[in-house]
Design a protein around this ligand. Structure first.
Ligand code: 13P
Ligand code: ZN
Length: 280
């Protein structure tokens, strides 16, 4: 089968286009990767050609021999749907998880996203933590979340609680909460290690003054997760623009009631009484 006819490729392209339409991908901002299933690799491997092995920059032995569909570095999400062969690629990892090679795509040259170390380290953590269920890692330049990283303390417990409070179903969508990485140089090993550490606990990691990473089982769930947390941030930005405090909100006991009815576990560490950082 030709690569672009495969369902997983169509879903990848649609998700990139959805992200573009949300306004999260100015210029080449953001990147997306998908850990392919064995049968998906088999269905398209007739199109593969073998290029030179290149170092990943980190070791991901838990992903040795796997194939990933990934956006290209410097490529625009805006162009993924109209010229996919130029914008995305399939890569194969070697038997030690230290090198990759491009087997399809990026027909005009280039390399996978500069955030490949973070994507692959997150995939490795999530593959292990979910028994192989999580397959999608998504990085978007989410406008409102970025704005909040200038005014909220850069603490997991503050971001989690504030984002939960902005929409009743948020704690159901991301019950484990949200992690926050302080400002770091993107594209390298250090930020990959810091993000992967948070991904052991959360499905969402915010990069201060930069954007957000989300992990999920499939394209719908991962896009939905990013969409939900960014919408919650938008409500918080609107609320803070009206006045600095809240007249009323969802209380810790409200969250406990919600958790019972929706059968989710909400860690008590996020249900603290609020004079911790000021404000309601
Ligand atoms: P790439 O174009 O290399 O994917 O980089 C975009 C980006 O968002 C870096 O964080
Ligand atoms: Zn980025």
């Amino acid at each position: 089968m030709y690569v672009l006819d495969a369902e997983f490729v169509k879903s990848f392209i649609r998700m990139a286009d959805d992200g573009w339409n949300q306004g999260w991908h100015e210029r080449n901002g953001g990147n997306l990767s998908y850990r392919m299933k064995v049968e998906e690799v088999d269905s398209v491997k007739e199109n593969f050609s073998k290029n030179k092995w290149q170092p990943i920059g980190v070791k991901v032995s838990g992903l040795a021999g796997e194939f990933f569909l990934v956006t290209g570095s410097g490529k625009y999400f805006r162009n993924v749907a109209i010229k996919p062969e130029d914008s995305i690629c399939i890569i194969e990892l070697d038997s030690e998880g230290v090198n990759y090679r491009i087997v399809w795509g990026l027909v005009n040259g280039g390399r996978p996203t500069s955030e490949l170390p973070t994507h692959l380290m997150n995939h490795e953590i999530k593959k292990k933590a979910t028994g192989g269920k999580h397959r999608v890692i998504y990085h978007a330049h989410t406008t409102n979340i970025i704005a909040l990283t200038f005014v909220l303390p850069l603490e997991d417990k503050v971001f989690t609680r504030e984002l939960w409070e902005m929409a009743t179903e948020c704690p159901v969508v991301f019950p484990q909460g949200v992690g926050v990485v302080p400002w770091m140089v993107p594209g390298g090993k250090d930020i990959a290690v810091a993000t992967a550490e948070l991904m052991k606990k959360y499905d969402l990691a915010i990069w201060a003054h930069h954007g957000t990473f989300a992990s999920g089982e499939d394209f719908d769930l991962t896009f939905g997760l990013m969409h939900t947390v960014e919408k919650s941030a938008e409500i918080l930005v609107k609320m803070l623009s009206m006045r600095p405090d809240k007249l009323q909100t969802i209380t810790p006991d409200n969250f406990r009631d919600l958790a019972k009815d929706f059968r989710v576990t909400l860690p008590e560490e996020f249900l603290y009484e609020k004079d911790i950082w000021g404000g309601k």
